[in-house]
Write a protein that binds this ligand. Structure first.
Ligand SMILES: Cc1cc2nc3c(=O)[nH]c(=O)nc-3n(C[C@H](O)[C@H](O)[C@H](O)COP(=O)(O)OP(=O)(O)OC[C@H]3O[C@@H](n4cnc5c(N)ncnc54)[C@H](O)[C@@H]3O)c2cc1C
Ligand SMILES: NC(=O)c1ccc[n+]([C@@H]2O[C@H](COP(=O)([O-])OP(=O)(O)OC[C@H]3O[C@@H](n4cnc5c(N)ncnc54)[C@H](OP(=O)(O)O)[C@@H]3O)[C@@H](O)[C@H]2O)c1
Length: 509
């Protein structure tokens, strides 16, 4: 018989949509496993202490505006020289803890270091000034957030999408409405998560100030990992890249650090990659650049129109890069053609899942933009230790719904609504799912037509009476997704060909 959980205190790592959804769900779950979502907060709450650790100065995840954009444009030369820059452990290393740090160093009595060590945290948001969402307004929200009528106005230039500020505002409104700030410790980065002999999770956290670091440890019964997976850039290993970067022939930049489209003005630009960021940035680059090239290694599958758009008129398409030749300022492609003198090379080559603070529990299979997180049941519960769970690992057009689903299932499991099957069955699920999808990113991919499967697998763990995250809006799913595809495609060509100005998509009423 499975032991019942006795979880009173929970640490949530990350204050983005995934962390906020978990916090919200915990506050609306009673001790008896009943849900009060849609009503008042739980009168007899299941969980006594919840702390959300957020490394940035504001909650909201990638949607929280970055006060200071601290990440470099590209991994620094010393990382490139290692020739292992495709490994996230190299460009996003675990930070050494100060010696002498113990549980005595609590939140109220931290260990103070009179230094602020340079660390590559890749904590800035990849959301840039001109970005609007690519998922329709109705589906870019949790089911308990309002579906504002004003965003259903089809005269809006970006209808049915939102500016990134409008989406941020949704999250800020949630934080305010629910008074969530008192649970969130901002400017606090989790550096290590370990289990001690007493079976408690020990969180090692660091607060950073101008020239000081404050370190402390704190024990919790359970941990939610909600650190996102779109902040650590994936830089593919390519022959000659490190030397080319040193020679400074072109400005090398990863999409996550892009902020101002004017860097492309009158420039000869190469975009590497053929996915959502590639198409999204091409629509801004093409009208400004002198020449635009795209290097692609495969077909795009998430948004059907992208494959045609990235090869549309005027964009010079090349296969994958074979090598950089710094001596001649050339880039050689796999078809043996070469092009020289690029002013800017933009890597839209995706991101890494990365858990430097939790290596023993969450594994990442073959790190790249296509890797898989191993050891998870239903993309949510750690198989090794189900007092650890994650939100936001699934890849979906309906991110907000998959996040909400995982959060509700975690709250239900930890308030003992339903026990997990025996460990062998959890492993069998992972193995079977792997056979279906492959041992790669597709393991986590739930396109709109598969989100119902994701929800149905997890909903038996929901707190009692918890409403279905999608049922109210499901009737609009096909219509809205078709509309989104058509509108994204039209906006791409309108922006690319100058029929719509970027300013019009930014200053939306
Ligand atoms: C450019 C871009 C555009 C996107 N557009 C859309 C869109 O239009 N629609 C859509 O639905 N989705 C979009 N997404 C996906 C987006 O990631 C999700 O909408 C959503 O932000 C996922 O929430 P999350 O909480 O899982 O991750 P995040 O939003 O990344 O939040 C994770 C949080 O954890 C914090 N954190 C990380 N590590 C630590 C640590 N060690 N200690 C403390 N805090 C930590 C981070 O600072 C961050 O605040 C986009 C992604 C990108 C990169
Ligand atoms: N709201 C918006 O409009 C918006 C804008 C931008 C991004 N986003 C979001 O951001 C997230 C990440 O998207 P993304 O496009 O940045 O990442 P992505 O989907 O992982 O795409 C990475 C691309 O880089 C390619 N690539 C990787 N290594 C390569 C190499 N060595 N040579 C050539 N190509 C290589 C990949 O090819 P393979 O397919 O072969 O791996 C793929 O085409 C998504 O959730 C997306 O929705 C949203």
């Amino acid at each position: 018989m499975t032991k019942k959980f006795n979880i009173k205190s929970i640490a949530v790592i990350g204050g983005g949509p995934g962390g906020l959804a978990a916090l919200y769900e915990f506050l609306y779950t009673n001790k008896d496993g009943s849900s009060t979502v849609g009503k008042e907060k739980a009168a007899n709450p299941a969980f006594e202490k919840i702390v959300v650790f957020e490394q940035k100065n504001n909650a909201g995840g990638i949607w929280a505006s970055d006060v200071e954009h601290s990440d470099p444009l590209f991994p620094p030369q010393e990382f490139l020289d290692s020739e292992r820059y495709n490994d996230p452990d190299v460009i996003h290393p675990e930070i050494e803890q100060p010696s002498g740090l113990t549980l005595e160093n609590s939140y109220d009595s931290p260990l103070v270091l009179n230094e602020n060590r340079q660390a590559f945290e890749w904590s800035s948001s990849g959301v840039y000034a001109d970005l609007f969402t690519n998922i329709p307004t109705r589906f870019t929200r949790f089911s308990y957030l309002p579906d504002e009528e004003k965003y259903h106005d089809d005269s809006r230039v970006i209808y049915p999408f939102l500016t990134h500020q409008e989406l941020s505002q949704r999250l800020y409104d949630l934080i305010e409405r629910e008074n969530l700030s008192r649970y969130i410790r901002t400017n606090t980065r989790v550096e290590k998560v370990q289990k001690n002999e007493e079976g408690q999770w020990v969180i090692t956290a660091k607060i950073k100030e101008q020239s000081k670091e404050y370190w402390y440890q704190e024990e919790f019964d359970a941990v939610v990992v909600a650190n996102g997976h779109y902040t650590v850039p994936n830089i593919p290993r390519i022959e000659g890249l490190a030397e080319y970067h040193r020679a400074n022939h072109s400005l090398l930049i990863h999409a996550k650090s892009y902020s101002d489209r004017n860097i492309f003005k009158d420039k000869k630009v190469l975009v590497v990659g053929n996915s959502i960021s590639s198409a999204n940035l091409l629509q801004y680059i093409f009208p400004l650049a002198r020449e635009t090239y795209l290097s692609k290694r495969s077909h795009h599958i998430v948004f059907p129109w992208i494959e045609t758009a990235t090869q549309s008129e005027g964009i010079k398409v090349k296969p994958a890069i074979k090598r950089f030749i710094p001596e001649t300022k050339e880039v050689e492609f796999t078809d043996s053609t070469t092009v020289k003198d690029f002013d800017v090379i933009l890597f839209t080559t995706g991101y890494h899942y990365h858990y430097p603070f939790l290596k023993d529990i969450l594994g990442v299979v073959e790190p790249s933009n296509l890797s898989r997180v191993s050891g998870l049941y239903l993309n949510t519960f750690s198989i090794k230790d189900p007092t650890l769970a994650v939100t936001g690992v699934a890849i979906s057009h309906l991110n907000f719904h998959t996040i909400e689903t995982s959060a509700a299932a975690i709250a239900g499991l930890w308030s003992n609504v339903k026990a997990l099957p025996p460990k062998e069955e959890l492993h069998t699920w992972e193995e079977d799912h792997k056979k279906e999808t492959g041992d790669n990113l597709l393991f986590h991919f739930y396109p709109p037509e598969k989100v119902r499967v994701f929800i149905n697998e997890l909903s038996p763990y929901f707190p009692q009476g918890r409403s279905d995250p999608l049922s109210k809006d499901e009737q609009y799913l096909v219509k809205d997704m078709d509309l989104a595809n058509a509108r994204l495609e039209k906006l791409f060509y309108d922006l690319k060909d100058g029929r719509v100005s970027v300013t019009d998509t930014v200053n939306v009423k």
